[in-house]
Design a protein around this ligand. Sequence first.
Ligand SMILES: [Zn+2]
Length: 84
Amino acid sequence: MHMNEHPLETWNKHWVILGSRLRCRLCGASQDHTENSPFHHSLGCQFWGRQDQFPWSELAEIHRQSIQAGSSAHKDENHHPKNL
Ligand SMILES: [Zn+2]
């Protein structure tokens, strides 16, 4: 487990968001954010056949956890005045 890597970085290595759709970087298959079904990868993708992937839910969970963990970090950022 890589403690230095933010979960969102790991997520971003597998997925990319294009508007309201989410795409697998490996096979290019995409899913709209309104779809609640498991992600369907293209044949030949290393994730093909997996029926337990809900990348939208994973992303929402990552955001939820980072908001809880990073609330103090955001305050620190505000200590730096933006004079530019
Ligand atoms: Zn894929």
